[in-house]
Design a protein around this ligand. Structure first.
Ligand code: GRG
Length: 312
């Protein structure tokens, strides 16, 4: 990973934050990767192919942005990130599930993901579908079974928010709009709806659930929700830009696939320059949403910048 001395200039109150995001990310990723490995079923069980496929889809080197956001949001409200770890991992299981299904021939038909052959290329389509299904169910097993020292109603609320973000209030409708928009010119509102749902809702849930588990007040939750919405939108606009400008080797997936499939994207509708401006604006609004928080929210502020400056 490139050294990331992130200097965040917050536009509204010109507060400047310098933090070493690289060391923060690598420490959090180490903790998250160890927990993902620990929670996942071992692959020496019958029938091993499904466990191997589940593990392959998760333990293949993602950036872990969503679980890092969950831990960072928990810390931003003074909570113990250890408590949020099962939820952070559950969200990564759901995200990994969505990538396995998104890559299938019937959806995006991609051959590479995170620098490796996609799940269906390794295990065949049927097992890839089942591994995705298994990861979705497993995510809820982990949140409800592994979360400790939190009131049951908080676990219930977290569970409901994650389910809602994965389903027809979130990823599923976003994906449907993505599919029906292929090859068509869509209205800016439709594109924003698509991005908010396909990517934004799970990112928002990652942040809000971290806050909930950390004991956030109602006001803090509202601010974290706004941060998550804006950061989620910035993330997907940046993803659209990377599909055009990014280096395939760094991204670990096939570049230019949106163009080939005539996908509705920010650059296709607004052009690259305006898209960069919209991503910057969304990230600045995310940072602005945290103005009532102290320095414990600095990682969230730096992550908003990282989301639009990343190279993969
Ligand atoms: C997942 C509930 C559910 C149903 C299937 C396939 C699908 C519906 C939805 C697709 C959602 C999807 C794949 C959105 C794209 C989000 C996106 C930008 C993914 C890339 O995320 P990164 O960059 O990837 O965080 P890494 O590999 O770093 O984890």
């Amino acid at each position: 990973m490139m050294p990331l001395q992130i200097s965040c200039q917050i536009q509204s109150d010109s507060l400047s934050i310098i933090m070493n995001l690289e060391s923060y990310l690598s420490e959090k990723c180490r903790v998250i990767d160890a927990a993902l490995e620990k929670y996942l079923p071992p692959e020496d069980r019958f029938p091993d192919v499904i466990y191997r496929a589940m593990r392959y889809g998760v333990l293949n080197g993602g950036k872990r942005i969503r679980p890092v956001l969950t831990l960072a949001a928990c810390e931003a409200v003074g909570g113990d990130p250890e408590i949020a770890l099962p939820t952070a991992c559950a969200i990564e299981f759901i995200h990994s599930f969505s990538l396995i299904h998104d890559d299938l021939p019937t959806l995006d038909n991609d051959d590479f993901r995170r620098g490796k052959p996609t799940s269906h290329k390794v295990f065949g389509e049927a097992i890839a579908i089942l591994a995705g299904d298994a990861l979705l169910a497993f995510a809820f097993e982990v949140v409800t079974g592994r979360t400790k020292d939190v009131p049951a109603e908080v676990v219930l609320d977290v569970t409901r928010r994650i389910a809602s973000a994965a389903g027809t209030d979130g990823m599923v409708v976003g994906q449907v709009v993505d599919m029906i928009s292929e090859g068509r010119t869509v209205e800016p509102e439709t594109l924003e709806f698509m991005h908010r749902h396909k990517t934004g809702t799970l990112i928002e849930a990652s942040v809000v659930c971290g806050g909930l588990l950390g004991g956030a007040t109602g006001e803090q939750l509202e601010a974290l929700g706004l941060y998550g919405k804006k950061a989620g939108l910035a993330f997907q606009i940046a993803d659209d830009i990377l599909d055009i400008e990014g280096e395939q080797a760094k991204m670990g997936k096939t570049a230019g696939s949106d163009l080939r499939r005539k996908k509705a994207t920010y650059p296709s509708l607004h052009g690259l320059e305006k898209s960069r401006e919209l991503a910057r604006r969304a990230a600045a609004e995310a940072i602005d949403a945290l103005k009532g928080f102290d320095e414990r929210a600095d990682p969230l502020r730096a992550l908003a910048r990282f989301i639009i400056e990343r190279e993969a």
